[in-house]
Design a protein around this ligand. Structure first.
Ligand SMILES: Nc1ncnc2c1ncn2[C@@H]1O[C@H](COP(=O)(O)OP(=O)(O)O)[C@@H](O)[C@H]1O
Ligand SMILES: [Mg+2]
Length: 350
């Protein structure tokens, strides 16, 4: 792919905060963005050069949107593949559709990861209560039941440690395709955000340690201690295997036996927001560089950063946070504050 010159238009499917920060990064490089989403009030709409407002089944609007873009990317992994295909019509989609399909289904994702030789939790497809019972027994009676598709921030999951849990989990989640995973006793959760350019060059940011609260990412510390490079190598294996172009987030469980891959996100990732204030190329610019066919920037941070999400009414403290020394405030422009809603984040440096 030849590099898109400044003035080119990057089409972004999805209009949340990730799309917003991608559009801002593109603007810094003199590139235009055209956002496709369903609501004019969404975060990305406020900062883009152009937008299309329609739903994900409007194939004509998607095709028109695509015809106005030089390359197409996405910021949300639950976008219907048919919508991406309607927008693409011969244009480059980066990351490619195979990466999207792999990440959209936890069974396909885990099978792919295992086939690349990486380690994951044990897993089994579950389509019936008896099937769940059998799979659970093979995993020592404990596991995490998840919907194969559509889950995020811990939604669509149930922890099972007993027979009662099993019945409750099946009642709550049964009826859609499911996957059971063995319950991993991890010492911590870590992630790596990495990019692969159109020329196959890979740049991985250092290991990041993540703390979740109520199943939502609360904070990320980077660089994390104990980085032996294996997470970055795992990310490279995944990116190469998918012939991936763009930024990906890879989540791991750190265990006494080493790292297990939990899941991949075919997009910029919340655990990479710290890169915005670390003195390296931030993940949003890196993604734009990759999909525009530009060389990747440096993924080596100059300073340590702690990123904390502002969830729900945490954002009411914006004026105090704005005064904090070494504190960089990022707000997403969302009008309605709701519990559990990601409203912004702060990066504390040093
Ligand atoms: N197999 C597992 N063993 C132990 N904990 C798990 C397992 N799978 C998920 N979890 C916990 O649930 C959280 C959310 O699960 P994840 O698969 O990352 O889904 P998502 O982030 O899409 O909601 C993880 O960050 C981890 O804390
Ligand atoms: Mg996750």
């Amino acid at each position: 792919m030849t590099a898109l010159p400044p003035g080119s238009t990057i089409g972004i499917l999805g209009s949340g905060q990730l799309g917003r920060m991608l559009a801002l990064a593109a603007a810094r490089l003199g590139l235009r963005t055209h956002i496709y989403g369903t609501d004019i009030d969404d975060p990305a709409m406020q900062v883009a050069h152009a937008h299309t407002i329609s739903d994900w089944s409007d194939l004509r609007a998607l095709a028109r949107f695509g015809s106005e873009c030089d390359v197409i990317t996405y910021e949300w992994e639950s976008i219907p593949v048919a919508a991406v295909e309607a927008a693409a019509k011969g244009r480059t989609v980066a990351p490619n559709i195979r990466a999207l399909q792999t990440a959209q289904d936890r069974l396909i994702e885990k099978t792919f990861l295992r086939d690349t030789g990486l380690r994951t939790a044990d897993f089994a497809a579950v389509d019936s209560e008896q099937g769940l019972r059998d799979a659970l027994q093979s995993m020592g009676g404990r596991g995490v039941l998840k919907t194969r598709r559509g889950g995020y921030d811990g939604k669509g999951q149930a922890m099972i440690r007993s027979d009662d849990d099993l019945t409750a989990a099946w009642e709550r989640l049964g009826g859609v395709p499911l996957i059971l995973e063995s319950l991993i006793e991890f010492s911590r959760e870590v992630s790596v955000v990495a990019a692969r350019g159109a020329d196959g060059q890979v740049a991985a940011y250092p290991l990041t340690e993540n703390e979740h609260r109520h199943h939502i990412l609360h904070s990320s510390h980077a660089p994390a201690s104990g980085d032996d490079g294996s997470a970055g190598e795992a990310a490279r294996t995944i990116l190469d295997a998918l012939d991936y172009v763009g930024v990906m987030g890879v989540e791991f469980f750190d265990t006494p036996d080493g790292l297990l891959v939990n899941e991949i996100a075919p997009r910029v990732h919340n655990s990479g927001h710290w890169t915005q204030d670390a003195g390296c190329t931030d993940q949003f610019e890196q993604h734009i560089r990759a999909v525009a066919g530009w060389p990747l920037g440096s993924a080596a941070p100059k300073r340590a950063v702690v990123m904390t999400n502002l969830i729900g009414d945490d954002v009411d403290d914006w004026d105090t946070l704005a005064r904090g020394p070494n504190t960089h405030l990022h707000l997403y422009g969302k009008a309605d504050i709701r519990p559990g809603r990601k409203m912004g984040h702060v990066n504390r440096v040093g």
